[in-house]
Design a protein. Structure first.
Length: 242
């Protein structure tokens, strides 16, 4: 299947235009719109979400990953990355850094293919979507092997808020498996204990838990954690061991 992973937003024509371009090339391949509301213009938080969610998709899936504030500038080359049997296309701007770091096997190629017409501002539609469709359909795409940019200053786990969902729950870039079960999470001066489910918390109580994709997430039972704790993407969190 072909998976869309972007900051384009649910409103407007952008996702529909990408889907139309994919369908024209690979009409038999299912398209899944995984994220359209990634933190805008910021590939770093998206880089921590990608490996957490990509693991649920079968090998052979092709991801179209576009969070590209420098689109059209030539600062970052279009690339195709293969990690553990899944393919990812997008800008070489750090979006694939954590994915590559955690993968058992990885290959990086620079995309040389270009369409006859390509806008300066919408490479998601004009370049990445058709490349993904061609790869999914088994068609040839002109590429060359490359090392790809690396971002060693980015930590293996990011102690920050990286995404807030429609319920106000705040995901962090911390993998729950790397945090002690009895640890306290501190955010905006508040200390939160770990609970297993929302039902374990009293109404209005804040807590942290392991979300369905293995990330540490902050929530409030029957409330919005983003409003209760005044959270935005980029806010720092800390782990305290008793």
């Amino acid at each position: 299947m072909i998976v869309l992973f972007t900051d384009f937003g649910w409103e407007g024509p952008y996702i529909g235009q990408m889907q139309a371009r994919i369908h024209a090339i690979a009409p038999r391949e299912p398209v899944v719109n995984l994220f359209a509301d990634l933190p805008a213009h910021n590939p770093r938080p998206a880089a921590y979400l990608l490996p957490a969610y990509a693991a649920a998709f079968p090998e052979g899936s092709v991801f179209v990953c576009v969070v590209d504030p420098a689109v059209g500038s030539g600062w970052h080359h279009p690339c195709a990355v293969c990690c553990d049997g899944r393919k990812y296309v997008g800008p070489d701007n750090g979006l694939f850094e954590i994915l590559r770091r955690r993968a058992k096997s990885t290959d990086v190629h620079r995309i040389l293919w270009r369409p006859e017409r390509m806008s300066h501002s919408f490479h998601g539609r004009d370049l990445y979507a058709p490349v993904a469709a061609r790869l999914a359909a088994g068609q040839a795409v002109e590429m060359e092997r490359a090392a790809g940019l690396r971002f060693p200053e980015w930590p293996d786990d990011l102690a920050e808020i990286i995404y807030i969902d429609r319920f106000g729950n705040a995901m962090t870039g911390l993998r729950s498996a790397h945090v002690a079960p009895d640890a306290t999470l501190k955010v905006m001066g508040k200390s939160l204990r770990r609970l297993k489910t929302f039902a374990d918390a009293a109404p209005g109580e804040g807590f942290w838990y392991e979300n369905a994709n293995g990330l540490v997430e902050i929530a409030v039972n029957e409330g919005r954690a983003d409003q209760v704790f005044d959270l935005v993407v980029g806010d720092a969190v800390s782990v305290e061991i008793p």
